[in-house]
Ligand binder design. Structure first.
Ligand code: ADP
Ligand code: MG
Length: 250
């Protein structure tokens, strides 16, 4: 369902993705962890071409793209396979919660307004914000804004959702509500790649954990393997530094 082969990206002289190979099965939840600057965000951004990869191939859903040479049409088709949830929500400030969710349905999918509204309302319900349909982002808490961001990503029914540190901009007391929403979505067999510093969450929700350092996947395995018995010295050191997750979220 997702297969990335030899993905490479550099910014000038700096090699940021140094040959990433990755396979994700349908319904799988993959947590990507690693030190700051290891290329985690760039990896997600290359998957939907927010950054242009230099080399490699990306297969997601029905789309296949070769980074060396691709057409606009291929790029457009690949982008349609995923939806991104950003650290800073990236909501449209001049649109209501509902309008943020339905925008892509109306514009990209050319859905009828009535139908889009129904889909949007169901998604608001799913993230616990049915009562905020007509609220503007500025009137919502960070946690609520991020839940709208997640609903917006789900709206287009993508093959996979890419979440880049979805809770790291939140005040600590707002983290749990967003993680709960992500966990509920994960349990419904949504394919997800999530870059996160929430180790307890990764341990509980992920099927697979990937540890990245310096543009490479250093180690991957089940949460038990990566957190409980890391093999690579760099993984060990990182897990020690961030603290192995002992407590699980409720
Ligand atoms: P992570 O998400 O793991 O913290 P990033 O993917 O954001 O890492 O960044 C990896 C490296 O690439 C960092 O050294 C960062 O400074 C650099 N980088 C990221 N984006 C750009 C850019 N647009 N231009 C130049 N360098 C960048
Ligand atoms: Mg990042």
């Amino acid at each position: 369902m997702m297969k990335v082969t030899n993905l490479r990206k550099r910014f000038g002289e700096l090699v940021v993705l140094d040959g990433i190979d990755l396979e994700v099965q349908r319904g799988e939840v993959v947590a990507i962890i690693g030190p700051s600057g290891s290329g985690k965000s760039t990896l997600l951004r290359c998957l939907n071409l927010l950054e242009k990869p230099d080399d490699g191939t990306i297969e997601i859903g029905e789309a296949t793209l070769s980074a060396k040479k691709y057409s606009r049409r291929e790029a457009h088709f690949l982008r349609q396979q995923t939806a991104m949830v950003f650290q800073n929500y990236n909501l449209f400030k001049n649109k209501t919660a509902l309008q943020n969710i339905t925008e892509s349905l109306l514009v990209t999918k050319k859905m009828k307004p009535e139908e889009a509204r129904k889909v949007g309302e169901a998604l608001l319900e799913q993230v616990g914000l049915a009562h905020k349909a007509d609220s503007y982002p500025i009137t919502l808490s960070g946690g609520q804004q991020q839940r709208i961001g997640i609903a917006r990503a789900l709206a287009v029914n993508p093959h996979a959702i890419l979440l880049d540190e979805p809770t790291s901009a939140l005040d600590p007391e707002l983290v749990a509500e967003v993680l709960q929403v992500i966990k509920a979505i994960a349990e419904r067999q949504t394919t997800m790649l999530i870059v996160t510093h929430e180790m307890a969450f990764a341990r509980e929700v992920a099927d697979k954990v990937i540890f990245m350092a310096e543009g490479k996947i250093v180690e991957q395995g089940t949460p038990e393997e990566i957190f409980g018995d890391p093999q690579n010295p760099r993984t060990k050191k990182f897990i020690q530094q961030v603290g192995a997750p002992l407590e699980l979220i409720g």
